[in-house]
Design a protein around this ligand. Structure first.
Ligand SMILES: [Zn+2]
Ligand SMILES: [Zn+2]
Length: 409
């Protein structure tokens, strides 16, 4: 056990270093730039959603990384300076800090130049780890049940979601009946995924980078197949749940005069896109709660600019939205990041219903109620994992939806 604890971060580090150097080693100036105070760059409106009640909201795409540890966690030595620098170098708009069982980084929350720092907590419950955001608490009460943490977060407008819940991996979630109202799942958690698949990733990275001539970072696009199946099973009965990623970055490991698994390398591999009117903590938390998000594997290629648009009569929605179903159906249109060619796949309740290769766009009119989500793939690797739109019955977070999903599997 102790040997594994010592060795596995090394595997992760080498893999992350492999990914990082290959992909952007030539593009970044070696001298760190000091973050300079500046207002966030204005982002264009990505989509204006129009709800059934007639209200509308313009949403912008914000790029960030979530689930990050610093020296305020027992297993990290990272600093805020390292994180903000990595955030600026990788074009993040936001980073979400999640210290183990404390909110000590609340002092750092706020705008740091163009980078918004959100400070939350990763709570170790008896059943697994849970990310809580928006409570602004420095010291969390220990020993509550997952359900109590969820309710406490919701009571103050925060969110609670499961970190690395992968039930067959390390530190997975153990009892899925105690999470009524939970807001989401880390379908992708880079650190634990790497620990679970480190050897395979190293092999794949070596083959891709040194034999195939492709960026080694592509090896890090780990297909979360099993977790996606779990996600689909949980949502297919109409239970609202946000599909999320976590870097679980712990900062650089210094080895032989160099460093591996830096924040920058981890941020580069994959990131979370949130759609919100403004770059502000409350808006980003609402985007997580509402599922206005997608996961992008930037190690494959920059994953900015993916769009999912769904229309039903006057209602216009994007990821996380709900649309009523009329006779003419709901038109779903997915556009690849930067309008690049890729394979685009549309799922209904976890079943593939449409696929188009070497394309920039997929359009399909659907006439059945269901939970519709989209993936983009490059050469078979995951590139974009998008949150679904809900067609027909409005989704909710009640447990009975989840229970019926479990019984139906
Ligand atoms: Zn954890
Ligand atoms: Zn963690």
């Amino acid at each position: 056990m102790r040997l594994a604890t010592l060795c596995l971060p090394l595997v992760l580090g080498v893999a992350a270093a492999l990914a990082g150097c290959a992909a952007y080693g030539d593009e970044i100036e070696p001298e760190p730039a000091t973050p300079t105070p500046a207002r966030p760059a204005p982002r264009p409106v990505a989509v204006t959603v129009r709800r059934p009640d007639g209200g509308s909201t313009p949403l912008r795409e914000w790029r960030g990384s979530s689930h990050i540890h610093t020296g305020h966690s027992h297993d990290s030595w990272g600093t805020l300076g390292e994180i903000t620098l990595a955030g600026l170098r990788t074009g993040r708009d936001f980073v979400i800090l999640t210290e183990h069982n404390n909110g000590a980084t609340q002092d750092w929350a706020g705008q740091h130049g163009p980078l918004l720092v959100v400070a939350g907590t990763e709570i170790s419950t008896d059943f697994g780890h849970m990310i809580v955001l928006g409570t602004n608490e420095r010291h969390h009460v220990h020993g509550l049940t997952p359900q109590e943490y969820i309710e406490a977060a919701h009571a103050v407008g925060g969110v609670a979601y499961l970190a690395h819940p992968n039930p067959w991996g390390r530190r997975g979630w153990e009892d899925w009946s105690l999470i009524e109202g939970v807001d989401g799942l880390e379908v992708v958690n880079m650190y634990t995924d790497l620990l679970d698949q480190g050897a395979a990733i190293l092999t794949r990275g070596f083959v891709q980078q040194f034999i195939g001539g492709r960026p080694g970072s592509r090896a890090m696009a780990i297909d979360p197949g099993g977790m996606l199946e779990t996600y689909d099973r949980m949502t297919r009965s109409g239970r609202r749940l946000t599909l999320l990623s976590g870097s679980n970055a712990h900062g650089p490991i210094h080895v032989a005069g160099g460093e591996i698994a830096s924040y920058e390398a981890m941020f580069h591999i994959a990131g979370l896109r949130l759609f919100a009117p403004r770059l502000a903590e409350r808006d980003l938390i609402a985007a997580i709660r509402d599922g206005r998000a997608y996961v992008g594997y930037d190690g494959e290629a920059p994953a900015d600019g993916f769009r999912l648009l769904a229309t039903s009569g006057d209602v216009v929605e994007t990821m996380g939205g709900w649309l009523p179903l009329h006779e003419e159906g709901v038109m779903i249109r997915a556009t690849s990041p930067a309008a690049s060619r890729c394979t685009i796949v549309l799922f209904r309740n976890g079943e593939e219903i449409a696929r188009i290769d070497d394309a920039r766009r997929l359009e399909r009119t659907v006439t059945e109620p269901g939970v519709y989500r989209v993936e983009c793939r490059l050469d078979g690797d995951p590139w974009v994992l998008a949150n679904p739109v809900y067609v027909g019955t409005p989704p909710d977070r009640r447990l009975d939806r989840w229970k019926s999903a479990r019984e139906g599997r």
